[in-house]
Design a binder for this molecule. Structure first.
Ligand SMILES: NC(=O)C1=CN([C@@H]2O[C@H](COP(=O)(O)OP(=O)(O)OC[C@H]3O[C@@H](n4cnc5c(N)ncnc54)[C@H](OP(=O)(O)O)[C@@H]3O)[C@@H](O)[C@H]2O)C=CC1
Ligand SMILES: O=C(O)[C@@H]1CCC=N1
Length: 264
């Protein structure tokens, strides 16, 4: 597979890192105005780091646009003459609808909207995928690529905004929960590095329990909450303070915001 990534910022460089780790491409072009994030890959075989977006598109079959929404139009316009029916154009830009991309490069082109998260750099992304009409037969290929970098789910395009909040912003939400747990542990007397390790491994264990057992979170909670014990005491206090409510409200605030971004 001849792959290009246009825009090697936070997400583009995370995708590059995951692809390099798996080494499943025949060539990989990494293009950005400033290539600092990916300069380390210059010396790898079959990897080209460049400032030339047109070259990257011309030399590739799959082109992943990892740009801020404000840059996507001008960059697509700049390379549009190089995009043919052989290309599969993938965009990770939050809030940028397929119809906007079709308006620039044409509805006859293969366009796939992909929403990974930054865990893609370690092969643990939850990646949601939606394709335009022309690219329906390219969906299995897109899944093959992103399944190597985590797990994929194909969803209707009108759910991509919601998936962005849960899965892409979700990384930040979970990080904050880990950080808050660490702060609690420090208050209980642990050194910061110990507190971090305790919080992290417990979070990992909780997620692994759900993944491996297939059980509902409440079932796992019931196993921990000794009657009149300390867990239910803490859990109920957290709920009185609005833990579930603030998470749900935060998710809704993010969703409102992403729906405004769409209009820009
Ligand atoms: N961060 C995340 O976790 C996630 C982000 N997204 C989405 O992915 C997209 C990218 O986000 P993120 O990686 O954080 O953004 P960044 O700003 O970190 O990366 C975008 C990169 O594109 C570069 N760029 C701008 N103009 C051009 C151009 N003309 N040619 C080549 N490169 C250019 C930017 O350079 P410069 O900085 O110099 O402008 C920058 O390096 C966004 O749309 C975001 O919504 C989606 C899921 C998760
Ligand atoms: O915060 C943002 O707007 C982008 C989209 C999801 C993750 N980062």
């Amino acid at each position: 597979m001849k792959i290009a990534i246009i825009g090697t910022g936070n997400l583009g460089s995370s995708i590059a890192k995951g692809l390099v780790k798996n080494n499943t491409f025949s060539s990989l072009y990494l293009s950005d105005k400033n290539t600092t994030n990916v300069d380390a890959y210059k010396s790898l075989p079959n990897v080209v780091v460049t400032n030339d977006n047109e070259l990257a598109v011309a030399e590739s079959d799959i082109v992943i646009f990892a740009l801020q929404p404000k840059h996507i139009n001008s960059v697509l316009e700049g390379v549009s003459s190089k995009i043919s029916e052989k290309h599969v154009v993938m965009s990770v830009a939050a809030g940028v609808e397929i119809s906007r991309i079709e308006g620039i490069i044409g509805a006859d082109k293969n366009i796939i909207r992909v929403m990974p998260n930054t865990a893609i750099s370690i092969g643990k992304s939850m990646t949601c995928i939606a394709a335009n009409k022309a690219a329906q037969d390219k969906v299995p290929m897109a899944r093959d690529i992103f399944n190597q970098l985590g797990t994929t789910m194909v969803i209707p395009e009108d759910q991509i905004q919601a998936a962005t909040v849960i899965c892409a912003s979700g990384i930040a939400f979970w990080m904050r929960l880990v950080r808050a747990t660490t702060q609690g542990a420090i208050q209980l007397g642990f050194e910061a590095h110990e507190a971090h390790q305790l919080a992290l491994q417990t979070c990992y264990g909780a997620a692994s329990l759900l993944k491996e057992s297939g059980r509902h979170p409440e079932e796992e909670i019931d196993r921990v909450t000794t009657p009149s014990g300390c867990t239910i005491e803490g859990l109920n206090e957290m709920e009185h303070q609005g833990l579930s409510s603030s998470l749900i409200k935060g998710i809704n605030a993010s969703f409102e915001k992403i729906n405004q971004l769409k209009k820009n």
